[in-house]
Design a protein around this ligand. Structure first.
Ligand code: MRU
Length: 355
């Protein structure tokens, strides 16, 4: 564990130092900037499960690194036996969180590399998997920058943009999806200000979005989740932009719990509602959002903040971590390969199949 602060404006929550993977412990932000070191796939699986690292693209990146580290430690000279072991490692990583499809996507990509190179030696497979994991990490930031360039024209100069949860650099290898679009608009010279929902119960908005935008000198105002409707009714919000954990073939969007509420409010007030996500978040195997598995988390996240009890002992609690916004409430989906509007079934299918 090391406690050195992030040294520049460029926030990257996963880094490599002396052959080790380090992740910024997002559970401790903004109070502490602590980097944890990881050497094994089991440790990385635990980091994903306990949300040291979170956000759909970052989960995918961490899982790929987990496969690389797991592969490194497999002791066999048979490529076939190696692959059998690799599948077990992937199964452990797969079981960490159910909603973000980027996790499944990254594991499939790692497995596919090994499976299609079984004629190579184990040493070569290990080198190849390292290369693949590093490529997934580096590509992610570039994808986000491209997404930003594709989406920034949707934000007019002076726009007051509401966002929910954290779809920023912290949720990716760097730059961010929804916050990437905002960053790109700022880089294009526009004056953009952000209204960040606090995002109960895990407070990704209050703790993470507020932290990273402040670090980037992008004006940000924090509100409680239940204030968004009032601000919209007063004309204080020009558009909404959020990330996604999984997008079904018809354009229904699973994202952090509370996103659906914001989308309904935006519709009521005639405010554009944008989603920014890489194509690795699109799951064409699911026809609509009702099929997306929704993670239910420990009720203690609601009844307590750290050790402070907020609700009576023994109270019944529901804690779904995500919800699904129907595509009819989504104005446009911004990807690294273009902006999709209207007929999502055709548009998303085309964009995914082409790449
Ligand atoms: O539970 P989390 O923090 O992993 O959920 C994250 C979100 O819902 C984000 O909005 C989503 O992953 C998009 S991140 C680029």
């Amino acid at each position: 564990m090391s406690t050195c602060p992030i040294d520049s404006r460029v926030i990257r929550p996963i880094r490599f130092i002396a052959g080790q993977c380090q992740m910024l412990d997002q559970r401790l932000l903004p109070a502490e900037e602590v980097w944890n070191s990881y050497k094994t796939y089991q440790e990385i699986a635990e980091a994903i499960r306990t949300m040291v690292v979170r956000g759909a693209p970052a989960i995918g990146v961490a899982a790929a690194i987990g496969v690389w580290f797991g592969a490194r430690d497999i002791e066999t000279e048979s490529s076939w036996d190696f692959y059998q072991e690799l599948e077990k490692i992937c199964a452990v990583l797969l079981a960490t969180r159910p909603t973000a499809v980027n996790l499944f996507w990254a594991l499939e990509r790692m497995k596919h590399f090994a499976q299609s190179n079984l004629d190579r030696s184990v040493v070569e497979l290990k080198i190849g998997l390292e290369y693949e994991a590093l490529a997934i990490t580096q590509e992610d930031e570039k994808i986000n920058q491209q997404m930003g360039r594709n989406g920034e024209s949707l934000l007019v100069d002076g726009a007051r943009v509401l966002t929910h949860c954290n779809a920023g650099a912290l949720a990716t290898a760097g730059y961010g999806t929804a916050l990437g679009v905002i960053r790109a608009a700022v880089e294009a010279g526009k004056k953009i200000s952000v209204i960040a929902d606090e995002t109960r119960p895990f407070l990704q908005g209050a703790r993470l979005t507020a932290w990273e935008l402040q670090k980037d000198n992008i004006p940000v105002t924090l509100i409680c989740d239940n204030m968004a409707g009032y601000l919209m009714s007063k004309g204080d919000i020009d558009c909404v932009i959020v990330g996604a954990d999984r997008i079904a073939a018809n354009g229904d969007v699973a994202n952090k719990i509370g996103t659906y509420t914001v989308a309904v409010l935006a519709k009521e007030h005639n405010i554009p509602f944008y989603v920014a996500a890489p194509i690795s978040t699109i799951d064409l195997s699911l026809s609509d959002g009702s099929l997306i598995p929704i993670e239910e988390r420990d009720g203690r996240e609601i009844t307590h903040i750290k050790d402070i009890q907020l609700a009576p002992e023994g109270i019944s609690v529901r804690n779904p971590a995500f919800d699904v916004t129907p595509h009819r409430l989504v104005t446009a989906i911004i990807t690294e390969h273009g902006v999709v509007k209207g007929d999502y079934l055709t548009g998303l299918n085309k964009i995914v199949k082409q790449h």
